[in-house]
Design a protein around this ligand. Structure first.
Ligand code: COA
Length: 413
C-alpha cells in the first residue's frame, strides 16, 4: 500500500572550513560594504580549498545526516546527489558518496542536474519513489551539493559560496511532510546562467537571471494553483514560513514580493505604500527570520533553499508542529518547482541535531590574499598527475578530502 505521509526525516549541512568576510571583499573591490551586506544581504562567504570538492562536501553532509539521526546506512535504498558542479562528465558524485557511507550494494544511485534545481529534482524523485510504494519501507538519501564559482573581480563574485545539504526522505518522517497533491512545475529555455563543459566558472546575465527566476516563480505558482485543493491550501496567509532559492539573501525578499503579486493577480509598485507595508511585514514574519545561515555561507546553488529550511527547522518549537510552509526552487536555464509541506509532529525535538552553527562558527577567516590564492589554486587541481594535494596546507581538520588525480582517477583520503 502507498504511504500517505512522506517527507524529510533527517537533515545536515556541511560547508567549507574557510570563509571571507563580505566587508573585507567589498573594501578590496572598491565597493561600499553596504552594497554586499545590505544590498545583497550577505555577511560572509564560504571559500572551498582545492581539497574540498563537491564529493568531499557531499560525503561529509551525508555522514552527518545519518549519524545525527541514528539512521543505519543499510536502510537507504535510493541515493541521489543533486549538483551542477559534478566532477566527471560520466561518473556521478553519488558513487563516491555510496562507497564512503557504506550504503548497500542494492541501493540505486544517480546524479541530478538542472543548475540550482538539481537537489529539489532529487527530492521529488525520492518522494515519488516512496509514495509509489516501491521503496518497501526503505529510505532515500538526497544530497544537494555545489560550489558556486563566478571568478575573481566579476559581478557574481560576491554571490559565490559552497556547501552540501543532505536529507533523508522516508515514510512517517520526523521533520517535514511533503504535500503529495499540491505542487507546481515550470520550464523555459533561457540563457540566464550556464557553465559550458570547458569552463570552471559560470557565465551569468545577472539581472536577467533575477527576472527569469521571478517569472518562473509566478509560473510554478500558477501551475500549483491548478491542482485540486490549491485555492484553500495556497494563500500566503496559511503559511507559517515561505522558502525560496537563495543565491543571495536579498533575492528571497524579491521572491516573496513576486509571490504576493502572483496571489494578488497584479503588480505592486513601491508607491503603493499600504500594500508594500503588508508585504514587508509578511517578509519579516515568514521569510526573514530563516536566512541567517544563507547570509553566513553564501550561495550553495542547489542546496541554498534547504539551508534556509534548516534555519527554520533548528528554531521550530512545538507550537509550529503541523503548520504549513511553501518551498520554491529555481534552476537557471531554466526550471522551477513550487512545493508545499507541513512541519511533522515532534519535529521540535530535533532542532539541535541539525543545527550547523557550531561548525560555521569554527571556520577560519581568510584575508584577501589567501582567498585569491585559494581561488587561483582551485583552477588547476583537476588536471591529471599534478602534485598531491595536502589538506594541512590550508589547515583543514579531519575528513575525507580530494587529494589530486592519478592515472585519470580522482583520489580521496
Ligand atoms: N548600500 C545599500 N544597498 C546597495 C548599495 C549600497 N551602497 N549599493 C547597491 N546596493 C543595492 C542595489 O540597490 C541592489 O539592490 P536592489 O536589487 O534591491 O535594488 C543590490 O545592492 C545589488 O546591486 P546591483 O547594482 O544590482 O549589483 P550588481 O549589478 O553588481 O549585480 C547581481 C548583482 C546579483 C546581479 C550579481 O551579483 C550577479 O550577477 N550574481 C550572479 C547571478 C545571480 O545570483 N542571479 C540570481 C538569480 S539565480
Amino acid at each position: 500500500m502507498s504511504p500517505k505521509s512522506v517527507g524529510i526525516d533527517a537533515m545536515a549541512f556541511h560547508g567549507p572550513e574557510c570563509f571571507i568576510d563580505m566587508a573585507d571583499l567589498a573594501v578590496a573591490r572598491g565597493v561600499e560594504p553596504a552594497k554586499y551586506i545590505k544590498g545583497l544581504g550577505q555577511t560572509a562567504m564560504a571559500v572551498p580549498t582545492p581539497c574540498e570538492d563537491t564529493v568531499s562536501l557531499a560525503i561529509a553532509a551525508g555522514r552527518k545526516a545519518l549519524d545525527a539521526f541514528g539512521i543505519d546506512p543499510t536502510q537507504i535504498g535510493t541515493l541521489v546527489v543533486g549538483t551542477e558542479t559534478g566532477v566527471d562528465h560520466s561518473k556521478p558524485v553519488a558513487t563516491y558518496v555510496h562507497e564512503h557511507l557504506k550504503l548497500s550494494s542494492n541501493c540505486r544511485s544517480f546524479e541530478t542536474k538542472h543548475a540550482c534545481l538539481g537537489g529539489t529534482a532529487g527530492l521529488t524523485a525520492a518522494v515519488d519513489w516512496i509514495a509509489s510504494g516501491r521503496a518497501r519501507g526503505r529510505k532515500a538519501l538526497v544530497v544537494a551539493a555545489d560550489i558556486a564559482r563566478y571568478g575573481l573581480n566579476t559581478p557574481g563574485e560576491p554571490t559565490q559560496g559552497a556547501g552540501a545539504v543532505a536529507f533523508v526522505l522516508s515514510e512517517n518522517p520526523r521533520l517535514l511532510e511533503v504535500d503529495l497533491d499540491i505542487y507546481g512545475d515550470y520550464t523555459r529555455q533561457v540563457m540566464d546562467f550556464w557553465r559550458p563543459l570547458y569552463s570552471k566558472y559560470a557565465f551569468a546575465d545577472g539581472h536577467y537571471s533575477i527576472n527569469c527566476y521571478l517569472d518562473a516563480l509566478a509560473g510554478s505558482w500558477s501551475d500549483a494553483m491548478g491542482k485540486p485543493g490549491a485555492a484553500a491550501g495556497m494563500p500566503i496567509g496559511n503559511f507559517d514560513a515561505c522558502f525560496y532559492h537563495v543565491p543571495f539573501v536579498k533575492m528571497a525578499q524579491k521572491a516573496h514580493h513576486r509571490h504576493w503579486e502572483a496571489e494578488l493577480g497584479r503588480a505592486v509598485a513601491k508607491e503603493d505604500t499600504g500594500l508594500m507595508a503588508k508585504i514587508n511585514a509578511s517578509f519579516e514574519q515568514r521569510v526573514g527570520p530563516w536566512l541567517r545561515l544563507n547570509s553566513e555561507v553564501g550561495n550553495i546553488y542547489t542546496g541554498s533553499l534547504f539551508l534556509a529550511l534548516m534555519d527554520y527547522l533548528r528554531q521550530v518549537d512545538a507550537a509550529r508542529e503541523g503548520k504549513a510552509i511553501s518551498l520554491f526552487a529555481y534552476g537557471s536555464g531554466c526550471g522551477a518547482s513550487m512545493l508545499l509541506a507541513k512541519v511533522a509532529q515532534g519535529a521540535a525535538g530535533f532542532g539541535t541535531r541539525l543545527d550547523p552553527q557550531a561548525d560555521i562558527d569554527r571556520r577560519r577567516r581568510l584575508d584577501l590574499a589567501e582567498y585569491e590564492a585559494i581561488t587561483r589554486a582551485g583552477e588547476s587541481v583537476d588536471g591529471n598527475d599534478g602534485p598531491e594535494l595536502d589538506p594541512s596546507s590550508w589547515k583543514l581538520g579531519a575528513g575525507v578530502y580530494y587529494r589530486g588525480t592519478r592515472n585519470h582517477m580522482r583520489q580521496y583520503g
